[in-house]
Design a protein around this ligand. Sequence first.
Ligand code: NAD
Ligand code: IPM
Ligand code: MN
Length: 365
Amino acid sequence: TRRYSISLLPGDGIGPEVISVAKNVLKLAGSLEGIEFRFQEMPMGGSALDLVGVPLPDETLSAAKQSDAVLLGAIGGYKWDNNLKHLKPETGLLQLREGLKVFANLRPATVLPQLVDSSTLKKEVAEGVDLMVVRELTGGIYFGKPRGFGTNENGDEIGFNTEVYAAYEVDRIARIAFETARKRSGKLCSVDKANVLEASMFWRKRVIEIASEYPDVELSHMYVDNAAMQLVRNPKQFDTIVTNNIFGDILSDEASMITGSIGMLPSASLGESGPGLFEPIHGSAPDIAGQDKANPLATILSAAMLLKYGLGEENAAKRIENAVLHTLNKGFRTGDIYSAGNKLVGCKEIGEEVLKSVETPVPAA
Ligand code: NAD
Ligand code: IPM
Ligand code: MN
């Protein structure tokens, strides 16, 4: 048996609901492939604030660093929305990403044939979409200095942030993106705002420079406003997209809706070395928390990414991916992806169905 230790960070809102389901799926898929997991559950986000007064306790970060991979649910909620910046759940998540040095965030958006009817886009626009957003995750305006609150020369109160990228930050995310595109269809689109922002002009210059290392990859550039429009006009034109922290945040939420729901999109955050961080792209969904309505598939698929990208356990990952497809083939749907003729179920029940399908893997229809 191969043994791995996994840090589980359920977080807030629907986080604990989707993590409990994904943990069982991960455990079963692993055991069928000769893998044994040791799970360590740690507080994070609002629940950590309530428990010990900080959004990312030292114990949580050090446990995460010592584990083989980290699976996170989601953080945040109304209760902590007016906290000071350093006492916000979201600040804890940024500290975790920074602490694990996971600068490369892979967010795949795939329209599954089973869910074409769940997309808000027309069938012919949505079907066959298969794209990957490579989002820079530990730089840009999320981390740039100076930042803060203050007063300007007129005495007006202000809030300010700085979009800044160093060459090494652009170069390393560009390389990950070129490698990703090379393994996919060989097309990379870099999204920026180089017509206005110096940080984007610099981003584009470095991406072009790194492109010389990847002559086999076809590189294009697009302004982010156009990209937002093109994503709903003709998303199939995209294969791999590379972009900065904030544009990647926004465009991946937009891309998720093409696939039917934000409840479907997983992510993998990777650094040069050390454990990866795996989390759905959605948040804690306070509007449906505690009602057994959440779609756990994004977290289950994040567990599959954990196996594939974090541990190199491709067979176990495939088992989970197939189980998700099989569950959808059987017609099980949570509310966010429901369409007529299917069976509306809750988080727990769709999780049970995925578990059954992990045991009896059936290839995709
Ligand atoms: P959200 O993603 O939590 O929810 C947006 C909408 O999508 C809501 O209507 C929600 O019900 C729905 N939704 C999200 N995930 C779903 C799922 N798995 N199944 C079914 N429906 C789902 O975004 P928000 O409402 O803008 O933010 C809520 C809180 O989550 C905020 O505190 C925010 O800061 C936080 N947040 C955390 C993360 C994270 O932990 N990585 C990501 C985004 C937002
Ligand atoms: C995400 C979230 C986070 C982000 C927030 C909660 C810090 O929106 O993971 O997409 O902006 O990165
Ligand atoms: Mn987001």
